[in-house]
Design a protein around this ligand. Structure first.
Ligand code: HEC
Ligand code: HEC
Length: 189
């Protein structure tokens, strides 16, 4: 199913544009149960979950071991904890000097998710442990996450071809090697 993706920015619709308003309301209602508007709402016009401007320092320092995770997928306090604990970062050392640390922290803070769906910090401040994430991926068999072609749920680009640029739409999915036909349901609908 092709879901509607032209969700406006989460702000108020333009007061003089009735058409826009109706459009906005319909979408707000239709996307509520998806628990996903967090990422999509932020930048729906471009279809990317990443803000329009991603500073080079974020890409350099935070997208070498994994993709540049969209800031809107976690709330400000999760990002603060992550940035405050980089020397013990999910089993690795990702420590930074104070200048890049400061600038990345403030950028993440300014672009963190403020939507209801991300109010609660997920376990370990992991995007992959957020309720919306689990919901969106519930049709994926648990064995799939452990395949050598996937390694971890945090490895978004194993399945989302354009994760690097913040695109997670159903149209940009790939089935990683080794997923048996009987477990490909999540990719097909
Ligand atoms: C030296 C490698 C490395 C660097 C540099 C690094 N990370 Fe990570 N990061 C990891 C590893 C390893 C994990 C755990 C991945 C897994 O569970 O498969 C991780 C996980 C994460 C997660 C949680 C993913 C999930 O499961 O939802 C976030 C968020 C994150 N990193 C943010 C950052 C930010 C922000 C920076 C830059 C300040 C950064 N990382 C830099 C290695 C790194
Ligand atoms: C093993 C493959 C796989 C991995 C890894 C994966 N996803 Fe997904 N993701 C999917 C599939 C398949 C769907 C479509 C599920 C459906 O429609 O039932 C999906 C759906 C989504 C959606 C909803 C898209 C929409 O248009 O409704 C988002 C957002 C998303 N994933 C984000 C992520 C993020 C962020 C990561 C990494 C932290 C990630 N995914 C890791 C397979 C994966």
């Amino acid at each position: 199913m092709h879901r509607q993706r032209k969700i406006g920015r989460p702000g108020l619709p333009h007061p003089t544009s009735m058409k826009h308003m109706i459009h906005f309301n319909r979408l707000a209602i239709s996307c509520l149960p998806l628990l996903l508007c967090i990422s999509l709402n932020a930048n729906a016009d471009r279809g990317s979950a990443l803000p329009a401007h991603v500073p080079a320092v974020y890409l350099q320092e935070c997208a070498s071991c994994h993709i540049a995770y969209p800031p809107g997928m976690l709330n400000p306090s999760s990002w603060q904890r992550i940035m405050g604990g980089l020397s013990k970062h999910y089993g690795t050392d990702a420590a930074l000097e104070s200048k890049p640390l400061q600038s990345i922290s403030s950028w993440l803070n300014a672009n963190a998710g403020t939507y209801k769906r991300v109010t609660e910090a997920p376990p370990e401040d992991r995007i992959t442990k957020s309720p919306w994430f689990e919901r969106k991926h519930q049709k994926i068999d648990s064995s799939v996450w452990k395949l050598p072609s996937v390694k971890s749920a945090a490895n978004c680009s194993a399945c989302h071809r354009q994760a690097e640029s913040g695109h997670f739409s159903d149209h940009d999915l790939v089935i990683p090697a080794g997923v048996p036909a009987s477990q490909q349901r999540a990719w097909r609908d």
